[in-house]
Write a protein that binds this ligand. Structure first.
Ligand code: CP
Length: 310
């Protein structure tokens, strides 16, 4: 069976079965990165272009490594080193990149909707690596993979997402995905950072973290996005840390087998302390390792690989 999509724009577009297929396939791609020779010829002859108009460490590196481990050729462009600085629009840049015949463009952009527009207008595969406050679908897939890897399931788990929900594409994608996979999601956030329409998301909302901790199987801390926050939303780092930061005393109140997650980059000392981030409960680096496997899977599927059906 061939994967039915050329693009991956949003978790909202995927069914629970499709998410399950990606998570199942990622396990075999993860094994490749643990070999001595971490390379297979699967995507030989394919070209993958990374357009990153916002900074990135994990997503950009793991997509690039994922493509290389599948033997695709890669090239990357960031906003600061491109003709964006001379006023070229993203769509002009995209048409120019398309003229060089890539098979896949991976795009991160500060505003929502550009990956979808590119997918509608360009014949190559488009993968959304994060667009504004909209979605970060590969992050949610690697998060779901990491949770399932730890617990053996997603269904019935209590997943608490803590932080700036309004500006978080990670939170949106995770909510869509986790709900589809049968998890119960609790969003913990100050009232000022609640997105409009959250009552339609099918989640529980709390403005207090402490009462939620003992019930949570997963506590996913979100980065305080200093670049997106203004004073009207956020009273200050010290106060935020006091009410919403994950610290040693809060970690001690977690369920025995509960885990800590963070998409990175972390603001240590703001949303998470050193002890919490580095505790035995943290699966933050597992998330990073799994991100590579998920991105290998998505490149394989988007570039015409078949889905294994037994
Ligand atoms: N989680 C995540 O998207 O990290 P980067 O911004 O470093 O890619």
């Amino acid at each position: 069976m061939t994967w039915p999509y050329k693009d991956l724009i949003a978790i909202a577009d995927l069914s629970a079965d499709e998410i399950g297929t990606i998570l199942d396939m990622a396990a075999s791609f993860k094994e490749i990165s643990r070999r001595d020779i971490k390379k297979v010829p699967t995507l030989r002859g394919k070209t993958v272009v990374l357009l990153f108009y916002e900074p990135s460490t994990r997503t950009r590196l793991s997509f690039e490594l994922a493509a290389k481990r599948l033997s695709a050729d890669t090239t990357a462009l960031s906003a600061s080193g491109s003709s964006f600085t001379k006023g070229e629009t993203i769509m002009d840049a995209a048409y120019n990149v398309m003229a060089m015949a890539p098979d896949c463009i991976i795009i991160r952009y500060p505003y929502a909707g550009i990956p979808k527009k590119m997918a509608q207008l360009l014949p190559c595969s488009i993968i959304n690596a994060g667009d504004g406050y909209h979605e970060h679908p590969t992050q949610a897939l690697l998060d779901m993979y990491s949770i399932k890897e730890h617990f053996g399931r997603l269904e019935g788990l209590n997943v608490t997402i803590v932080g700036d929900i309004m500006h978080s594409r990670v939170a949106r994608s995770n909510v869509y995905g986790l709900r589809k996979m049968g998890a119960h999601v609790v969003l913990v956030t100050p009232k000022t950072l609640l997105p409009p329409g959250v009552e339609t998301w099918g989640v529980e909302v709390s403005t207090a973290l402490d009462p939620v901790i003992p019930e949570s199987d997963v506590i996913m801390m979100l980065r305080v996005q200093k670049e997106r926050l203004h004073q009207q939303f956020f009273s200050g780092e010290r106060e935020y840390s006091f009410f919403y930061g994950l610290n040693k005393s809060r970690v001690q109140k977690m369920k025995e087998d509960a885990v800590i997650m963070h998409p990175g980059p972390m603001n240590r000392g703001v949303e998470i302390t050193y002890d919490a981030a580095d505790s035995a409960r943290s699966i933050i680096l597992d998330q990073v390792e799994n991100g590579l496997a998920i991105r290998m899977t998505l490149l394989y599927l988007s570039l015409g690989g078949s889905v294994n059906v037994d």
